[in-house]
Design a protein around this ligand. Sequence first.
Ligand code: ZN
Length: 462
Amino acid sequence: MQNVQDYISKNKERFLDELIQLLRIPSVSADSAFSQDVIDTSEAVRTALENAGCDTVEICETDGYPIVYGEKIIDPALPTVLVYGHYDVQPADPINLWNSPPFEPVIKKTDTHPEGAIFARGACDDKGQMYMHVKALEFMVKTNQLPCNVKFMIEGEEEVGSNNLAVFVANNHKKLANDIILISDTGMIANDVPSITTGLRGLSYVEVEVTGPNRDLHSGLYGGAVANPINALTKMIASLHDENNHITIPGFYDKVEDLSQEERAEMAKAPFSLDAYQKALNITSVDGEKGYSTNERNSIRPTLDVNGIWGGYTGEGAKTVIASKAYAKISMRLVPNQDWQDITQLFKTHFESIAPKGVTVKVTPHHGGQGYVTPIDTIGYKAASKAYEITFGKKPIPQRSGGSIPIVALFEKELNSKTILMGFGLDSDAIHSPNEHFGVWNYLKGIETIPYFYHHFTEMSK
Ligand SMILES: [Zn+2]
């Protein structure tokens, strides 16, 4: 691969500028107040793909936000890479915890990013990482070094469950046909410890509603005599874990594969400092399932967490009330082999069964997805590993991630191809949190590494 570093150093300011412009548009898919901004972002992505050298770019309408599809086919006999990413972002709340406005990007130096990081919602997840692929394409096209065909599918509903993407993929097998899928929507261990994510957890997300009396009641007149939905809900939630932090839903662990001691030993080689981990979060102790390390708890083990809980009076001062209803949003991270729809059903059956007298319980499934594993003996993984070896000067570590990208398992089922998760973000980049950022070094390193993947994947496919 000739002069990729040259090309990057000549165009660095423009590459940063273009990303900053994209980050200025608040494409929050979860909040309809931003719907025009989400649409505007899809248009900006379309223009970016056209400018980078795609021959065809279309905005594909769905029942929700559009999918931007672009392609450059140089020879149908050559392999085809399909790049997936998303242009929507998480809500910026709580805004008051941001040190600079979430949609006014600024570059600031940090301890982990001495060369500076771009602070903005979506900087790392996923606009910055998605845009690395657009700029890598620009480099390959402008220097006549694109070795194979490429397709882009950039969606606007990843942060709200990708429901319409699933329909789009199911209806467009031919258009999306490919030999390998490339996604940068995960992280790596550290800038000097490159890693490639080989496993993802699945997800089941539910909302629960507990109803007691038919209206809010005076807590003096009725307190102690009728079931309080908030008391009931918190008790029910507390019972979902036992004293060892095992999840108590019957059948929950039935399909969970226990990793061999050898594989657990391999995993344990990834550098990890419990002390630094605790310091970074300002906590005095970690907490989790008995018998597993922190790295195992957040990658190869399933979990259950309350993501939000509300009910009753939460305004200023006091209001002595027994609320009629209480609510919670609950997510379960699952491991490969656990079927998310089965788990959702197990949760529902169990949660309804533990409702105390005097309240009724409604469980509404939101969304979910299967877990996923990429074997490291595939051409795709080997080509990616080679690419990292060239640009980082060392072999990447294959790593299981605790996050979920439900669409990855769906791609395998629908398109029959494997996915390579080339993430260049760091865990400390605060994705989904206030002050999300993406290292300038990481952004440029991604742009540098991606063309080597294309090169080696095409070579190895011959
Ligand atoms: Zn993402």
